[in-house]
Design a protein around this ligand. Structure first.
Ligand code: SF4
Length: 461
């Protein structure tokens, strides 16, 4: 490696001949869809450098952990896993261990302190540098590179090679970072302010995916409804609703999803774009978090329980047969029985098709972590159990209402439990099992014959 290469840290790597041909890499992802998508890019970069994937970390030449810091147990799992990798590295001293993602971004010193055998620590805006950083670690020993200032859209470029987990479905990042300040959330700290990709770049990426055989894309952003507010296209800001419509025109893409909208920001224009764009799925993931106006205010969410319900009414009025999922946190600091009752009331009225429910876990560095009145663990558990019971019953009822309906599903592959059965997914994001072997990535019409609490069964029409 030349000195010039070492000193120069270009925003994007120059193409080079693969240097790691014949060696292997293992990658493990913790956390959200954004991380899964980042891992696909990291895998793509490593494969462009000649590496092949292995499912066994102990034998890998390079181990990459793409980390999450949204919940405390994700940190515990990471450090537990790093402990086992230490033993693997002692047997295989040539192994390089790289830690990326949100924990690396936020806790670089702690990672170094707790796991000094890690070779590379890289931040959420440094993904495109992973191969160069491995080179530097080979040459000079442990290296840390973390985004400190505002990033740029080129930090998450669409032109990075990507090794997708699915041949027919793909993520497409439309924004990175977040300008909100929800008091429980670490994302603005570890991912920085919101940066939108230009609509032309997003559409070109979707077109390229369609040419590669992708039929379903999921547009990713922390708050997709504020997409474009930081852009200036000849004096005009692009809107998310316009982006949805343009994405809907890409030939070959038959299903478009997006996540996540923000209840305070979603407006009629987005619901109309969903209803009027045939390939946009009638599916909405709208995070409620709490039904208590007081807790929502302390969370800095910018809406009330009633306002949230009004948004659901608006979306259901404009988008026929809309399927709605949500996120809910139980046991936020100061949550009283009355606050929790308000959450149950909103959940009951919302009739969510499904929900991701969490017990509050303080994240160091967030305002909520230092708030007083943490709710006792047993109280949180009891409330959580009641919420899960209520939502599970609603989910089951919503599933039962689908029996007899025809659903257009996308095949995903054989069921993990029974290879004679294929797993498919409806427009509303429900799983439907159907007998037989069906190639992944095909659309089928199924009649729903049976509902289980968390999936459906169907037969070919
Ligand atoms: S909107 Fe709130 S919860 Fe979502 S990423 Fe931004 S700060 Fe976090």
């Amino acid at each position: 490696m030349t000195k010039a290469t070492l000193l120069g840290t270009p925003a994007v790597r120059e193409p080079r001949e693969p240097r790691r041909t014949g060696s292997s890499y293992y990658i493990r992802t913790f956390g959200c869809q954004m991380n899964e998508h980042d891992s696909e890019r990291i895998a793509g970069l490593l494969e462009a450098d000649g590496m092949t994937r292995t499912d066994d970390a102990a034998d890998a030449d390079v181990v990459v952990l793409n980390t999450c810091t949204i919940r405390e147990n994700a940190d515990q799992r990471l450090y537990g896993y790093l402990g086992s990798l230490k033993a693997d590295k002692q047997k295989n001293p040539g192994m390089r261990i790289a830690i990326g993602g949100c924990t690396a971004q936020k806790d670089k010193e702690i990672v170094r302190e707790r796991a000094p055998w890690v070779d590379v620590v890289f931040g959420t805006h440094n993904i495109h540098r992973v191969v160069d950083l491995l080179d530097r670690a080979d040459e000079w020993g442990p290296v840390t590179e973390i985004w400190e200032e505002s990033g740029s859209p080129d930090d998450a470029p669409s032109f990075l090679p990507t090794r997708r987990e699915s041949e027919h479905s793909a993520w497409v990042t439309i924004t990175t970072g977040c300008n909100n300040s929800c008091t429980f959330c670490i994302v603005p700290i570890v991912r920085g302010p919101e940066i939108s990709r230009r609509p032309g770049d997003v559409i070109r990426e979707i077109q390229r995916l369609a040419e590669e055989g992708v039929v379903e894309v999921t547009l990713l952003g922390q708050n997709v409804n504020s997409y474009g507010r930081d852009l200036d296209l000849n004096g005009r800001q692009p809107l998310f609703a316009d982006l949805l419509r343009r994405a809907g025109e890409v030939e070959g893409i038959d299903r478009i999803r997006y996540t996540s909208p923000h209840p305070k920001d979603i407006q009629e224009d987005v619901a109309r774009a969903m209803a009027e764009t045939p390939s946009v799925a009638a599916q909405l993931h709208l995070p409620l978090q709490s039904g208590s106006d007081r807790i929502l205010s302390v969370m800095h969410r910018g809406y009330t329980g009633r306002r949230f319900l009004d948004k659901l009414t608006m979306a259901r009025r404009l988008v026929p047969d809309l399927s709605i999922s949500t996120d809910i946190i139980v046991g936020f600091p100061g949550e009283t029985d009355a606050d929790f009752a308000a959450t149950l009331a909103v959940v009951e009225e919302s009739r969510f098709d499904s929900a991701f429910m969490f017990q509050f876990s303080p994240r160091p560095g967030t305002p909520a972590a230092s708030m007083p009145d943490h709710v006792p663990v047993d109280v949180v558990q009891e409330r959580f159990d009641r919420l899960v019971e209520m939502q599970n019953a609603i989910t089951y009822q919503r599933n039962q209402a689908r029996v007899g309906m025809i659903e257009r599903v996308l095949t995903e592959g054989p069921s993990r439990r029974n290879p004679a059965v294929a797993t498919t997914r409806t427009e509303g994001n429900r799983i439907v099992h159907v007998d037989g072997v069906h190639e992944p990535g095909r659309f089928l019409d199924l009649r729903v014959t049976r509902a289980a609490p968390h999936y459906l069964e169907g037969t070919l029409v």
